[in-house]
Design a protein around this ligand. Structure first.
Ligand code: TYD
Length: 218
């Protein structure tokens, strides 16, 4: 049986990733492809427990390296128990965040450095990478307004300053630039339908056999 594809959604806070990830899952299912949606940190019982540890409390609760190791502990459980088994069954997996978030948040924005993140990544992931990554790019000020308008609780990450969010945005753009074959950048300030059309375009460009099957905008 053909293996499934692993597609990740990345970007800063308030960019609309989660809504769009759900819409892509529906589009793929509509095309007859069995698809599961998951998220990081989290996705499995153990990884969700680590998520609670890492997202609760004040920003200085963990050092940058401790935070990185917690993210990778959660990620390994997620990859071993959910992502790889699904792909092996031919199921497609859409993840709301994955390893690029560790590079952008811990590596760049929190200042741990790209080299440390790369070495932890190589040791833990052993060559496993997403087939396609959709990067949501948006001006952090606009994104913050969206989060406030939605009336959501600000997690400790959202409470970070605008300088942090600008560093984060640049970090994601650098990753997209370095890995242009894998990462497709979408202007997340566009309308919901406009963003969805770009995502469906990216997916059908990568998988031409899906062109015309993912809904009218593809
Ligand atoms: P979440 O509430 O899911 O945020 P969002 O809706 O923006 O994805 O919280 C996940 C937070 O964890 C988010 O602030 C990014 C952060 N994070 C890291 O710092 N490193 C990582 O490796 C991952 C996966 C997430």
């Amino acid at each position: 049986m053909a293996t499934g594809k692993f597609i990740t959604f990345e970007g800063g806070e308030g960019a609309g990733k989660t809504t769009q990830a759900k819409m892509l899952v529906e589009a793929l299912q509509g095309a007859g492809i069995e698809t599961v949606m998951t998220r990081e940190p989290g996705g499995t019982f153990g990884a969700e427990a680590i998520r609670d540890l890492v997202l609760e409390g004040t920003a200085d609760r963990w050092s940058g390296m401790t935070e990185l190791l917690l993210m990778y502990a959660a990620r390994l459980d997620h990859v071993e128990k959910l992502i790889k088994p699904a792909l092996e069954r031919g199921v497609w997996v859409i993840s709301d965040r994955f390893a690029d978030s560790s590079m952008a948040y811990q590596g760049y924005a929190r200042g741990l450095g790209a080299d440390k993140v790369k070495s932890v990544h190589a040791a833990v992931m052993d060559g496993f990478e997403p087939d396609l990554t959709i990067l949501f790019d948006i001006d952090p000020i606009l994104a913050q307004k969206r989060v406030e308008t939605r009336g959501e609780d600000l997690s400790r990450f959202d409470a970070e300053s605008i300088v942090f969010h600008n560093a984060l945005r640049q970090a994601f753009l650098d990753i997209a630039n370095d890995e242009a074959d894998r990462v497709f950048t979408v202007d997340a300030a566009a309308s919901r339908d406009g963003v969805q059309a770009r995502i469906l375009f990216a997916v059908s460009q990568k998988y031409p056999e899906l062109a015309g099957k993912l809904g009218s905008s593809a």
